[in-house]
Design a protein around this ligand. Structure first.
Ligand code: NOJ
Length: 589
């Protein structure tokens, strides 16, 4: 039982009170149709196709599996679903190494399956977003093979360099000290061409050369190809690495300096990536892609297609993806500001600061977005605490703007520990038995947990490409759907609230009460919504009614399953008692 008596009234109002208005206003104010604004305040969901649902029981998720679960996405209230790559690929990096941008990987299905998926998404009103991987191809892509052979038109499709030659010994070495994100030199010698090529990721993922305009033309064709197939936008993979600094007049490339962030000279964190990341030319390409999408939309009607951009860069760089004042860019530059900076020791004040920094940085005609998990990170529950699953879902769904969920976070899936022998992630395999776990992305990529049947309902076969979590009998969609208090039901309630209340567009005002971060969201048509999140380690009682000027009696919209609160319960806002790790959403009666 929870011990309410031990709680103490905390009266520590933070000195500064920040008042930030979300810039988004209801679409009708601008007279814009839903087709223009559908993504605003949206609920986005990321599917890792290999792990979502396996229809043909070969152990690997597929498009038919996704089709069979679209009703689930509709039911929980998802507006847009982003699929990690489904294209033809040797699967060195599980689809992020593409050998044909216009074909479907056979183990995922066929182009007909894709068309069926797109039609079903349309019918249900769940917009389909594809991953777009412009930085590199697979080394099995015909462009790379032609480039190796210096076939006419393809000589400069990739970033080639003869390397440095030692004048005394005649020995050749890579042109610069640049490191791959997956460890070791970012340069690989190609025997046939007798040159090095750049690969910012695996050796089998050569970097395309965006200084060659033909490359951009080809990638524009890829975008048009999928837009014509009915997709509503793209998530652009690793956009900051699109360009590297150009060679000087002698053809030389500069070395990067140590970052001081880690002391492993083979790891990417060892260098400060000033010549290989965030180059100015990158933003112009994003603006060009946005213009291409806008033109497609103007010519063909339908929904305004969107761009989501993946960049683990600092805020100054992130905001440039939105646009530059003259040209628009990505509608959703992923906000990794929180994801990258919080850990189990973070304080309520850290959350408040990081959130408000982002809100203030967002240009006035754009929206914030909130993300804590994806297929490259450990699971939120394992990284930040299993008791806090609902607290984080409350946070992501009640802040101004767009929220993005990685499949499984809505039911509180946790990491599955995968041994070194069973690891398949190239980022892990590039390390060793002792250190691999810190780098492995396998733990967060295990099959989705649908029910308590064999293989968690992922398939009915005898194998799965990664093991199923041992907790699947409790943590799964079916079980959680039937429990009145479950992570899934809290999540669904939150989306319902967002839709009913236009929460994405409401104003935001906040206050810290010690380790409890609170905020109020309100717009003209909305009863005030008050959120309180206890990031501390003890039960605490606070007075939100006085602080936000609302009545004493408040109604619980939803609260962490860990808490004593029930949805619809009336509580006294002058003495709101919150257990540690618990979040609550309140409104006036
Ligand atoms: C980012 C993707 O999210 C990751 O999974 C992939 O390995 C790299 N980009 C390379 O494409």
């Amino acid at each position: 039982m929870y011990n309410v008596e031990s709680s103490a009234i905390v009266n520590m109002y933070a000195k500064t009170i920040l008042f930030v208005f979300a810039t988004l206003l209801p679409a009708t104010i601008f007279g814009q149709s839903d087709a223009e604004t559908w993504f605003k305040g949206g609920n986005f969901y990321q599917i890792y196709p290999r792990s979502f649902k396996d229809d043909n029981n070969d152990g690997i998720g597929d498009l038919k599996g996704i089709i069979s679960k679209l009703e689930y996405l509709k039911d929980i209230g998802i507006d847009g679903v982003w699929l990690s790559p489904i294209y033809q690929s040797p699967m060195v990096d599980f689809g992020y190494d593409i050998s044909d941008f216009t074909q479907i990987q056979p183990e995922y299905g066929t182009l007909e399956d894709f068309e069926e998926l797109a039609e079903n998404c349309k019918r249900l009103g769940v917009r389909l977003i594809l991953d777009f991987v412009p930085n590199h191809t697979s080394d099995q892509h015909e462009w790379f093979i032609k480039s190796v052979n210096k076939e006419e038109g393809y000589e400069n499709f990739y970033v080639w360099h003869p390397g440095k030659v030692n004048e005394t010994t005649g020995e050749r070495s890579p042109p610069s000290n640049w490191l791959s994100a997956f460890r070791y030199s970012a340069w690989e010698w190609n025997e046939k061409r007798q040159e090095y090529y750049l690969h910012q990721f695996a050796i089998q993922q050569p970097d395309l050369n965006y200084r060659n305009p033909e490359v951009l033309k080809k990638m524009n064709e890829v975008l048009i190809y999928w837009l014509e197939k009915g997709v509503s936008g793209f998530r652009i993979d690793t956009i900051p690495s699109l360009y590297e600094v150009a060679p000087d007049e002698n053809g030389n490339l500069p070395d990067e300096l140590p970052s001081g962030k880690c002391d492993d000279p083979d790891a990417s964190c060892y260098l400060k990536h000033i010549y290989t990341y965030d180059q100015d030319e990158t933003y112009d390409v994003v603006y060009e892609w946005r213009e291409l999408l806008n033109k497609f939309h103007a010519d063909n009607g339908g929904d305004q297609p969107i761009l989501m951009t993946e960049a683990y860069s600092d805020l100054n760089h992130i905001v440039r993806y939105y646009g530059n004042g003259q040209r628009n860019g990505s509608q959703i530059p992923f906000n990794f500001h929180l994801l990258a900076k919080v850990n189990r020791n973070s304080k309520a004040a850290d959350y408040k600061k990081l959130i408000e920094e982002f809100l203030q940085a967002v240009p006035s005609d754009c929206e914030a977005n909130w993300v804590l998990g994806n297929h490259d990170q450990k699971r939120v529950a394992s990284r930040l605490g299993e008791k806090r699953v609902d607290l984080y879902n409350i946070l992501l769904k009640t802040l101004p703007g767009i929220s993005i969920t990685y499949a499984g976070e809505e039911i509180g899936m946790t990491d599955v520990i995968i041994s070194w022998e069973d690891s398949v992630d190239p980022q892990a395999l590039n390390t060793n038995e002792t250190t691999y776990y810190a780098f492995s992305r396998d733990p967060a990529r295990t099959p989705f947990q649908w029910d308590e049947s064999k293989n968690a309902g992922f398939n009915r076969g005898n194998k799965t490409w990664l093991p199923i979590s041992t907790n699947y009998k409790c943590v799964n969609v079916r079980t959680e759907s039937t429990q009145p208090k479950s992570h899934l039901n809290v999540y669904k309630r939150l989306i319902k609230l967002r839709k009913e209340a236009g929460l994405g567009a409401a104003s935001y005002e906040s206050e810290l009460f010690g380790e409890i971060y609170t905020y109020k969201r309100q717009n003209d048509s909305l009863k005030p919504i008050i959120v309180a999140l206890n990031f501390g380690n003890s039960w605490t009682t606070i007075d939100v009614s006085a602080r936000y000027g609302v009545s004493e009696s408040l109604k619980v919209v939803t609260a962490s399953t860990e808490s004593q609160y029930e949805e619809g319960q009336i509580i006294n806002g002058t003495r709101l008692t919150l257990p540690n790790d618990v979040g609550i959403v309140l409104t006036t009666v």
